[in-house]
Design a protein around this ligand. Structure first.
Ligand code: FES
Length: 107
């Protein structure tokens, strides 16, 4: 939290600061009001995914190197969005991100 967000001339908006995402960890954020997940699997590399569970649409939560769905226990890999444990039928959709200094932009 605490990041100032808003468009600055591109289609992408700031969703977090790189320094807010632990290396080897993940956080929740929002993009245009929708829940998303951000992970930094290795320093300087950020990936983003929709946080809407592909099973029945619950909001998936960050848990370090994985994302966990509180509803029926689906688990996803935080680096790839791939399903680690069902009942989710498919990976979390990836969202394009770019880094602008410490600013993580998505959209
Ligand atoms: Fe996520 Fe069912 S909605 S496991």
């Amino acid at each position: 939290g605490g990041a100032t967000s808003g468009p600055t001339g591109g289609n992408q908006v700031e969703v977090a600061l790189l320094s807010d995402i632990p290396v080897g960890g993940s956080i929740s954020a929002t993009l245009d009001g929708d829940p998303i997940l951000l992970a930094q699997p290795v320093a300087g590399t950020v990936v983003a995914f929709s946080a809407i569970c592909t099973h029945q649409g619950c909001v998936v939560l960050p848990a370090k190197t994985e994302f966990d769905c509180p509803c029926h226990g689906s688990r996803y890999d935080a680096a790839t969005g791939a399903v680690l444990d069902g009942p989710a039928p498919s990976p979390l959709p990836e969202i394009a991100v770019t880094l602008d200094g410490d600013s993580v932009r998505a959209g």
